[in-house]
Ligand binder design. Structure first.
Ligand code: GDP
Length: 210
């Protein structure tokens, strides 16, 4: 069945806050250390293989990539390169752009933070969580590649990450198992997005004007 999220269409790429689309309506951003599977998650959600690949084309990898769902709702793919390996100047630029975006963007409703279940809570993830805490921004963590672990270890990882998030005192976080490969966990993710974006669960109609 197609969902509201399969309507996603590439809108534009913004190297900084100034180039973002007008700050109206509602949007949800996706972040994740490179190789955590962020592109695969966006593909699984939207059922469009080419969509997240757009963010990996030259010139767009360090930008905020916007996808439009309708006139009032957007998904945003945030740059997710390996945190420690980038040159210092690029890192500073990225940190500034991310802190600005998370702190100032009025239409931003929450962040989906994609982690590899086998390597959760990397320094990249902790940095994103701290910025969200500072900006009072909701975070929903996807422990992706859950298919790589058996059920027991996967649930242990889920509880361990939930406990650490509670200890880190990050407000309004939730966490779930996900597999982009198996499309497992898509309904739970849909429900979080529907709630944040204010769309109805069935049919993708807007619940209320924004
Ligand atoms: P990105 O750099 O975070 O956008 O990551 P990609 O989506 O390009 O995925 C990185 C690698 O992980 C690719 O080889 C994907 O096929 C693989 N991958 C992504 N999601 C999953 C998953 O749920 N399960 C498994 N087993 N592999 C995955």
């Amino acid at each position: 069945m197609s969902s509201f999220y399969s309507r996603a269409q590439y809108l534009l790429s913004a190297p900084s806050l100034k180039q973002c689309p007008p700050d109206t309506g509602r949007e949800v951003a996706f972040a994740g250390r490179s190789n955590a599977g962020k592109s695969s998650v966006i593909n699984a959600l939207t059922r469009q293989k080419a969509l997240a690949r757009t963010s990996k084309t030259p010139g767009r990898t360090q930008a905020l990539n916007f996808f439009q769902l309708d006139a009032h709702h957007r998904l945003v793919d945030l740059p997710g390169y390996g945190y420690a390996k980038v040159p210092e100047a690029v890192k500073r630029h990225w940190q500034q752009a991310m802190a600005n975006y998370l702190g100032r963007r009025q239409s931003l409703q929450g962040l989906i933070l994609v982690m590899d279940i086998r390597h959760p809570l990397t320094p990249f993830d902790r940095q994103m969580l701290q910025w969200c805490a500072k900006a009072n921004m909701r975070v929903h963590v996807l422990l992706n590649k859950a298919d790589k672990l058996a059920r027991g270890p996967a649930h242990n990882a889920l509880h361990s990450v939930a406990r650490t998030l509670a200890e880190m005192d990050i407000p309004a976080t939730s966490v779930q198992l996900f597999s982009a490969l198996k499309r497992a966990g898509v309904e739970e993710l849909n429900a979080v997005l529907d709630n944040w974006l204010g769309v109805e669960a069935e049919g993708g109609q807007k619940k209320a004007p924004v």
